[in-house]
Design a protein. Structure first.
Length: 171
């Protein structure tokens, strides 16, 4: 594997024509195929840097891009990384970089795919179809369940009322 880039920001390629550059939200299904390919290459370059820099080569398998759940987690980390390291500075964000690293470590167990740990890709188990009547059961739940039909009641209503009274107090 090659050395990690000296400046990870060098990984950012030029945006497709008509699109803004810099940190933005990525919704894979909302991208047209050419943009999807471009963004996946961008993510792949960053994942290579991430695997090397943070020594995650045993946690992030080589077939990470074949696992949609891993792609989504890595996409979220990458978007957060670009906002943290290349985004605009926000007040009270002095620990943004440390927060990002803590988030990375919190996500790391989600990258570990036991089936692919040997270096050979294994497909995820198939999604089972819902049992007959599942849609009707869900609709019934929405109609009669106290979880859904109970009147709104905030558990800290008294505290909220006190705070509202303090804000509206006469001068």
């Amino acid at each position: 594997m090659s050395e990690p880039p000296i400046h990870p920001a060098d990984l950012w390629s030029a945006p497709p024509a008509g699109q803004r550059s810099g940190p933005q939200r990525w919704v894979w299904s909302a991208m047209e195929p050419p943009e999807r390919r471009l963004r996946m290459r961008e993510l792949s370059e960053w994942v290579g840097w991430l695997r090397t820099t943070f020594e995650l080569h045993n946690q992030i398998t080589h077939c990470w891009y074949l696992h949609p759940v891993v792609v989504e987690h890595l996409t979220a980390l990458y978007a957060a990384w670009t906002r943290t390291y290349a985004g605009e500075q926000e007040p009270a964000r002095e620990l943004a970089e440390a927060d990002w690293i803590n988030t990375l470590h919190a996500f790391t167990p989600r990258f570990q795919l036991a089936a692919c740990a040997t270096g050979r890709h294994q497909e995820a188990p198939p999604v089972l179809p819902p049992p007959p009547g599942a849609d009707d059961a869900f609709e019934a739940f929405l109609s009669v369940s106290p979880t859904i039909t109970a009147p709104a009641a905030h558990p800290a209503a008294a505290e909220l009322d006190r705070r509202a009274a303090e804000l509206d107090a006469p001068l």
